[in-house]
Design a binder for this molecule. Structure first.
Ligand SMILES: [Zn+2]
Length: 136
């Protein structure tokens, strides 16, 4: 059932840790680093397709949304101010440009921050995530 790579160290095989940031930025399973954690755009799979790790135990909550909104608002605000004060864009162009761009950038950062939080929860075994998660 374990999809984690194993290395031989002093005569014993031990599970090799997957670098959490690499797994997070590629949206991969924190245990094996191979299977995708997303079933859709933002929905996290119940189980890893590669190693079968139970991903339901994560509790990312609203944390990723906060960080994604924070990062997105700074990027879009600075870009909109540059567009306004340097290029003197008309109002209708601001609306056409920034509304879709805000949606795309926020979903992109939401996927990244959610992956990072799930990988961190696995790395630090928050709520016994490595053992299948806390039973609520
Ligand atoms: Zn996996």
């Amino acid at each position: 059932m374990s999809g984690a790579r194993r290395t031989k160290k002093s005569g014993k095989y031990i599970a090799e840790e997957v670098p959490f940031l690499r797994a997070a930025l590629k949206h991969k399973c924190p245990k094996c680093g191979k299977g995708s954690i997303y079933a859709g755009v933002l929905k996290v799979r119940d189980k890893c397709r590669t190693c079968g790790f139970d991903l339901k135990g994560h509790d990312a909550g609203d944390g990723p949304a906060f960080f994604a909104m924070f990062i997105t608002s700074i990027i879009i605000l600075i870009a909109a101010m540059i567009a306004e004060f340097v290029f003197f864009m008309p109002l209708w162009l601001h609306l056409i440009l920034w509304i879709p761009l805000t949606i795309v950038v926020s979903i992109t950062f939401l996927r990244i921050t959610k992956s990072i939080l799930i990988a961190l929860q696995y790395k630090h075994n928050i709520l016994n995530f490595k053992d299948g998660g806390s039973k609520k």
